[in-house]
Design a protein around this ligand. Sequence first.
Ligand SMILES: Nc1nc2c(ncn2[C@@H]2O[C@H](COP(=O)(O)OP(=O)(O)O)[C@@H](O)[C@H]2O)c(=O)[nH]1
Ligand SMILES: [Mg+2]
Length: 451
Amino acid sequence: MSNFSFPYSRRWSRIAVLFATAILILVAFPFNRSLVHSLLAYGRYPPLYPQNRKLQLELPHYQTYEHSDVKYLWSPNHPYGVGWGNIMQDYILNYVLAYATNRSFVFDDYTWAVDGTPYSHYNGKLIPSRIPLNAIIDGPLAGGPLPPGDNTSLAVHKDFFTRVCPNPTILRLSDVGGWSNSDTVEFVIEKWAEKIMSIEDPCLQFEETSADKQIFNVEVFSRKDRLLSIWPYMSSLPVLTNWGWSSLIYDAFEANRGVIFPPSLDWPEDQDSRRDKTMPGLLVIHVRRGDFNVHCRSLTKWNLDWNAFNSFPELPDKYDQVHSDPRLSPENHRAYMDHCYPSMEQIVDKVDTVRKESPEPFDHIYIMTNGADSWVTDLKMALHELGGWEHIGSSQDLSLTWEQKFVAQAVDMLVAQRAQVFIGNGWSSLSSNVVMLRTMDGLPPESNRFL
Ligand SMILES: Nc1nc2c(ncn2[C@@H]2O[C@H](COP(=O)(O)OP(=O)(O)O)[C@@H](O)[C@H]2O)c(=O)[nH]1
Ligand SMILES: [Mg+2]
């Protein structure tokens, strides 16, 4: 008898498991659509980068710093729930302030949510709430070494800072007078540097209030008259001269050479000489989709200028050339949107124009984008119709590891950094950071164009 009952009970237990899973999904779905979607799509949770996290909590200089008189500056109140482009800008300016005041810069993760949960929802998907900075970048900002002869203290992670500085001196924005949100970043840094340099306590932090309650709020990056005068100083600092991407990003680039720039190119064998090399004949275009549809409409209401370094005076395409106040007439509004959120036809036209104007031929194009797959496929077809391409690649063609998937924007930035010509979106901070890094790499201003 018992011999017969076995298959039955096994079958029943399988049915019961399937039934329970189905019920779980049905019950959970209305409450946690993204979770269920992600689990069904990928069958796993986003990565939490344990190796990177461990490394940044064990940086080699911590041992000596623990028993020394190193001075620190921790600026909390970084924005959250925003893209990497915005965070990168924010971190760099705060690093400049710490460096200018001879203090160790304190960095935190690229933080999407501060509620303590490991995962967040974005665009119907689960993402890590926090990504260790060293999963994206390498170099001084993430605690890497400074060039020989530079004795400024190295950066440390926030967890190290809170351990060695349990009772820091707290700075409030009102502690320094004589500056306002309309002054240049250069002036604001000078003002604050005076104050910070006068403080003896090695442990110093700004009061933790709310995101964006900081010296440099996000508005700084859309006001060229406030930002650009800091560039000569900022561009001389190791945070930019020694900028590097994490090995996760460089590895993704190398693994995807075939869809970025197929191997016809003479490409140095060793990793070091590859790092700063541009790829002749490669045109990269940043096609900002998704949230920009709504975002661009909001920008028209404020008549917002191009973002940060997209307004370098040397660049050939200028905001003023193509835009008049979009609030004044429907035509102006349309002209603004044509550049902020261009149609497929307008994008193809721009590529055509840039290609015709360039003295060098382009036969490879790479579309970096957050656009939907089917839309990108159509754009590729439309570009193909222009003719003359040996290869058309895009973000959607990249094969990435699970850990690389969630930092894919940095992989695209590296591709754009190495393009012979880059076409960006003037309002995008991601584009602006690309232009900034390309400028640091000594690429000519004419090689940065805008839609
Ligand atoms: N992989 C990839 N993601 C992008 C691209 N453009 C935008 N995104 C995504 O959208 C976010 C854009 O936010 P942000 O970096 O702040 O740039 P901005 O909004 O254009 O100023 C990025 O962090 C990415 O998650 C792109 O070209 N490639
Ligand atoms: Mg953004």
